[in-house]
Design a protein around this ligand. Sequence first.
Ligand code: GLV
Ligand code: MN
Ligand code: MN
Length: 408
Amino acid sequence: MAREPTQQLTRWLNELGRITDEPGKLTRTFLSPAMRRANARVGEWMRAAGLAVREDAVGNLIGRLEGSRPGAKTLLLGSHLDTVRDAGRFDGALGVLLPIVALDVLRQQGRVLPYAVEVLGFSEEEGVRFSSAYLGSKGFAGTLRAADLKLRDAAGIQVRDTLETLNGGTFALPRAAHRRSDLLGYLEVHIEQGPVLEAQDLAVSVVSAIAGQTRGRLTFHGQAGHAGTTPMNLRRDALAGAAKFISDVELIARMRPPLVATVGTIAVSPGAPNVIPGEVTLSLDVRHPRDVARRAALRRMLGLAEWTARRRGLRCTWTLTQDGNAVACDPKLTRVLADTVRKLQGRCPALVSGAGHDAVVMSALTPVAMLFVRCRAGLSHHPDEYAAPEDLRVALRATMAFLERFAG
Ligand code: GLV
Ligand code: MN
Ligand code: MN
C-alpha cells in the first residue's frame, strides 16, 4: 500500500460503499450476496496488510496479526460490514477499514507490536433483515442464543436456515472466539452519527456509554373488506389504528427527552387501494440512556396500542425481537484512549451514544472503548453521511497512538 494512509482509507471506504445488494443505493444485509462480496474484498485488503484472514460460522471476517511476544494477549479492533437500506458508506465500514490501514502503516515502518491484534468485520449489526441487531458480534462473543436462530426475515426464512446454508448444512451455537483472559480489550472506531462533535468543533472523542434499546413488531389485526361498500362506522381498519398508535409513539417520546422512539417499517395487508386494511405490522424501536425510563416508555406505548385496538374493534399482538440495556465503556481503556486524543486535539469530552454498536455485545467478553469521529451535520443512516479526510486522519493517528500505548 504505497498511498498516503488517509487517502487509502478513503479509497477503500468508497469502493466498499459500491458493494451493494440494491443497485443505485448502498444496502448490505446479513449474509446477502453483497455481504459475501464485501467479506471477500475486505479480506484481500487484510491479507495485503499482512493479516491472516478467516471467516467464522456466523460470517464474521477476522484478520489476525501475531505479536512478537509468543503467547501474548490479543487486542480486538472492529465494527460491522452490514448496512441499513440506502446507507452511508462510513457507518460500520470505518471501524473495520481504519484498523487495517493502521496496521499496514506499522508494517511498512517495520514495526511489530508485542501483542496480537485481530481486526473484526462483523456480519450483522444493524438488525435490518431479522429486526434484531448484533447477530455477528453475538456469534463472536458466544452470546448467540437459540431464540436468535428462530427469528424470521420478511420472506419467512429463519436465522438458523441462513447459518446452516453458510456452514454446509449444519450449525451449532458457537462458543466465544476467545477466553476473556486472553484478551486486552476491544476498540471500535465509528462515526458519531450525531451533531455534538461538529457543534464543539472537535474531530474525534471518546464514548462513556451506549444507550439501551428495545425493538419489536406490533401487529394490528382488523377486518379486510370492500372500500366502496363498507360504511365508516362498521369498519375495523387495522391501518387507521396503526396510524393512531404511530402518532401516540411520537408524542410520548417528544414529551420525555432524551427518550427516542421510531416506527421505521410498516407492512399493510392485503395492500390494495380499494381494500380496507385487514392487518398491519409495524416495527418499534425505543431507546433511552436509562433502562428504567426505556422500559416505562415501552409499557406506556404498548398500553396505548391495546387501548387503541380495543376502541376500534381491533386486536394487537407484540413480538419482542431485541431488548438490551445500556452499556458503559471500560473506564481504564477509555482513559488510555482519551489521553491519546487530548494529545492530538486538546479536549476530549465523553459522549453517550444513542446508536447501538457492536461494542455493546463485545463488552460481555472484554473491556470496550469507542472512538467517535465527527460526521457532517450529524447525518447517518443516509447516503449523504460524510466524515472529512482531516478528521479521518486524526482518528487514524489516535488509533495508532492507542496501539503504541499498549505496546508500552
Ligand atoms: C445501529 O446503527 C443502530 O443504532 O440502530
Ligand atoms: Mn454502526
Ligand atoms: Mn448503523
